[in-house]
Ligand binder design. Structure first.
Ligand code: GDP
Ligand code: K
Ligand code: MG
Length: 276
């Protein structure tokens, strides 16, 4: 059994440093097809399995605003890796988890590598990784790519998740009414427009259509009926939230993160433990 896993994360989260820790000498460096974005691949070391690790360009979101974002997102959607290593700069955890909420919508098994833990520990912040798993729905491991700590644990976790047949569903990021709007819209798309991006993960497809994502719009051409149906659901979201669609969706993502982080981290002070 051969596996492909993708390393995804924000710029400067330590992706290159971690990639070098995880791979041996048999490295392939080239360009992504059609673009001058560097593509790096290598074999995962310290494992008996045949695992190729692909380093994706650093990105802040899966919006299609930069070539890096388009390359990363197309790889995740089209190549469907067996697993994503989601590297998170834990000293900047809330901001880094924004991308994670979007990766969750791809419905791909994931492990979270909380990097820069050497920095985090000095600030007195403690992260409860079991609580993180409960809240975000995938397992985490604390690492320092620079100090090379936690790397064996990360490889072990990757191996474990790869062979696991049952991946629990990711938790709902959005409140119930929003989730219902997304689900109803997805059903409508499947029923009326079965030819529209059938291979895309459902929640991702629904949200990207509703957001009128540029890359997705290019693919549905001038489907007037679908555009009308999109307008209807956008109106509903605006009425429900009193916000425009993009800020409503972004707000809910941040609320989900803030809420989760407050449950899973604590900070020491002179008086002992205190929740952040
Ligand atoms: P990339 O942009 O995601 O590829 O990030 P890099 O691997 O280039 O790392 C960005 C910076 O963070 C570099 O200066 C690294 O040396 C540093 N760095 C990476 N991992 C760690 C870590 O675990 N701890 C600390 N203190 N610095 C790190
Ligand atoms: K960098
Ligand atoms: Mg890099």
């Amino acid at each position: 059994m051969k596996y492909t896993i993708a390393l995804a994360g924000n710029p400067n989260s330590g992706k290159t440093t971690l990639f070098n820790c995880l791979t041996g000498s048999n490295l392939y460096v080239g360009n992504w097809p059609g673009v001058t974005v560097e593509k790096k691949e290598g074999s995962l070391k310290n494992t008996t399995k045949e695992i190729t690790l692909v380093d994706l360009p650093g990105i802040y979101s899966l919006a299609p605003y930069s070539m890096d974002e388009i390359v990363s997102r197309n790889f995740l959607l089209e190549e469907r890796p067996d697993l994503i290593i989601n590297i998170i700069d834990a000293s900047n955890i809330e901001r880094n988890l924004y991308l994670s909420t979007q990766l969750m919508e791809l419905d791909c098994p994931m492990v979270g590598a909380l990097n820069m833990m050497d920095v985090v520990k000095k600030t007195g912040v403690e992260i409860d990784i079991h609580q993180m798993e409960k809240v975000f729905g995938y397992p985490f491991v604390e690492i320092s790519a620079q100090k090379e700590t936690g790397i064996d644990e990360l490889i072990e976790l990757v191996e474990k998740v790869l062979v696991d047949e049952h991946h629990p569903a990711y938790p709902q990021i959005f409140p119930k009414e929003m989730t219902t709007l997304f689900t109803d819209f997805d059903h409508l798309v499947q029923e009326r427009y079965p030819q529209v991006l059938p291979e895309y993960p459902k929640l991702f497809r629904a949200i990207k259509l509703i957001e009128k994502d540029d890359e997705v719009l290019l693919k549905i051409h001038d489907n007037v009926d679908l555009m009308n149906d999109i307008s209807v659901v956008r109106k509903k979201i605006e009425t429900l939230t009193n916000h425009d669609v993009d800020s409503a969706i972004a707000d809910y993502r941040y609320r989900f993160i803030t809420d989760g982080i407050s449950k899973a981290t604590k900070k020491t002070n002179d008086h002992g433990w205190q929740f952040q």
